[in-house]
Design a binder for this molecule. Sequence first.
Ligand SMILES: [Mg+2]
Length: 230
Amino acid sequence: MFVDFDGTITKVDVGNSFFRRFGSEAESLKAVEKWKKGDLSGSGLLLQEAEYVDVSEKEAREFCRACEIDASFKKFYLSCIEHGIDVTILSDGLDFYITEILEANGLPGIPFYSNIAHFDTRKISIELPYQSECTKCGNCKGHQILMMTGPDDVVVYIGNGFSDRCAVQYADIVFAKDDLLRYCEENNITYFPFTSFDDILVKFSKTVASGNFRKRHRAELNRREAYSAE
Ligand SMILES: [Mg+2]
C-alpha cells in the first residue's frame, strides 16, 4: 500500500506551509498557480520555492513538527501492520518534515521516499533522487510503484493531489480526495472518495475481511506494459 503525505496524512500541505512561512509567500503563490495550470513542473516548483528560503534547520524542523496529522491515520496504519499489509509513504515533499512529523506522532520507522532538503546556514538546496525522465514531479510516484511491486501484487494508493496522478495509473484500489478525486473523475479511474483514514479503514476492513481484493484491469495492463518496457 502506498500513501501520499502532504494533505493526505497531514491535514495541510506542509511543504506549502513551509515555503509560505520561510520563503516568499508571493512568489510561492505565483509558482503554485503556474504549477496547477501545468506551466511549471512539480520539480520546477520545488526548486523555485527553495530559492527564497531563509531559515535555520532547527527552526524549520520545529515549525513542521507542529503540523497535525489526520487523527485516524495512526489507527489505520496499526491496523495495516496487524494484517501484514506493508505501508510505504510516497511524497513529492521533503524528507526532514516527514521524519519530524512521523516522530512527533509516535510513528517513526514508516518507510518513505521523498525529495531531500540539505540545509546550509539559512538556505536549503533540494536533491531529487527519484526523479524520472518526464520531470513533471520531483519524486515520480508511478515509477516508485513499478519499482516496488510485481505483476501479481494488488496495489492500493491513497492520495489527494496532482503529484499522485502518475501513481493512480498503476493502482488497483484508489482512495482519493480533493484534486486527485477530480482527476480520477475526469479520467474514468475508479476510486473511493474519503475524507479521513477512518473512512478508508471501514472500507478496507470489509475488503480484507471478505478477501475481496480485485485488480483493476486498466491498472494491471498499465503495469504489465511498463514492466515489459523496462
Ligand atoms: Mg498530497
